[in-house]
Write a protein that binds this ligand. Sequence first.
Ligand SMILES: Nc1ncnc2c1ncn2[C@@H]1O[C@H](COP(=O)(O)OP(=O)(O)O)[C@@H](O)[C@H]1O
Ligand SMILES: [Mg+2]
Length: 528
Amino acid sequence: MINWEELKHIHVIRKLQQIIGQWFYAEVFFLDERGNVRNYDPYDRQREFKNPLCANLLPKENGREMILQYFRDTSDSFSQMKENHLITGGPLGFERVFASKIVLDGEYLGAVIAYCHIEAPVPVAKAKEASAKVEALGMDKEFFDQALQKVQVLSPAEVKYFYELVDLVAQEITTLHTEISKREARIHALSNQLENRYSYNQMIGKSKPMQELYSLLDKVSSSEATVLIQGENGTGKELIARSVHFNSPRKTQSFVTVNCSAFNENLLDSELFGHVKGSFTGAIKDKKGLFESAHNGTLFLDEIGDMTLTMQVKLLRILQQGTLMPVGGTEERKVDVRVIAATNKDLKAMIDEGTFREDLYYRINVINIMVPALRDRKEDIPVLVDHFLLKSCKEKEVPLKALTTRAMEKIFDFVWPGNIRQLENEIERLVVLSGTEQKMGPELLSSAIRDAVASGGAKGSGMKFAGKLKDALEELERTMIKEGLRRTKWNKSKLAKELGISRAGLIMKVEKYGLDKRKGMREDGEAA
Ligand SMILES: Nc1ncnc2c1ncn2[C@@H]1O[C@H](COP(=O)(O)OP(=O)(O)O)[C@@H](O)[C@H]1O
Ligand SMILES: [Mg+2]
């Protein structure tokens, strides 16, 4: 609907009203679709009317009622008419009224009505009639007669011009309304976009891959189907699993997480399915498994690719039958659990190798969510950096810090190996290292990020590794492995997991880059 309030502030419209008043002594009123006047407030005693009849009639209740009722009636019949213009007689029988419709897409939204003008001197009989009518309404007759004298007689040329001006007001309102509606639609669309743009639950990201992820998450929110989340380490798989659960019909029930790679087979078995007292050494009492804890809720099986084949069989059975057998138990128990699984492994390749059961794969892969790596959505880096800065400064209770442009550039240019956790750690580290400094420069960045950029050479972001991308990546990989080995005290299994590669793969790379232990130690010594 038309925003009548806003029209008051539109310069062109005000100007037009002024001209019509000053030149033709007519008042311009805006009528809404029900014929109510929207630019006249009876309690506004300050308002001056150029039109002598309005000046006389409107301040008095009876006169006002007569005019307002006339407007409503006129609007009623006008809205039924095909014509966009109306020239008709006024309520007093001698004056003329011109109205112009406000229509949009064939819909009657109101009218602009000009009160009033005359095209010829008023015959005495007509004037008497009007005067009597006014008197009958209990108004001052003398006063009215004076007013009547002042009403302008317009020449045919003037009338034409007058109509055009009034019509222009209606056109202006229509145009303005169209523009405002467009603008509002645009703002609405933008704010809608903004809503999912920057975040979804705890997830940050405005890139296209993330938008696609969000709409997929929207779609699966009402479902209770099993979900398989695949993506590299630290890309947010757990965050997504939580989001799926907390938007699902089971959101009020428990969400239980188990990291399958954190247990050996026997422990995972009793962890998931529970055990009965005495079933093995140390089983001093009955223990409920995570499946039972998650009854009616969701169980998140993280790193499902690390499950042994035996465990895969047990899992498949639960998923198919909804019953489980605790370790050492003799009775099946019923559970109702929704499973969400995640892995950074290529399960398809594992099926080919015979290390992952195909039937289990199809059973868990009802809904598949592929999480994009950070390097495939670089435009999210700035928002993620801001997010982690805020988070880290809040946690450490320090005033919000900021990165210098140079530091931000380096972070942006770094080829993140798909890892948001790494970015988060880097920011946290920066916040700690910067002490009381508010601005954090590139010198504080960890060497891998600082050096990787420096080694690129070429100027301008994005082009940095042109021609030498492979070299730059290898250099980065070497640095990461070297630093990782030192940090994990040469725990290759741990580092391999962190880097999202197999242990064998890591050993190969250690050899390739000549990072064997003795050499590594020697380099350490040299560096010190
Ligand atoms: N899109 C994201 N927005 C904000 N933080 C994220 C996002 N993705 C991951 N994180 C954060 O990065 C870290 C790693 O995420 P996580 O879900 O544990 O990854 P994964 O399970 O894939 O290894 C967590 O601290 C998580 O909160
Ligand atoms: Mg994880």
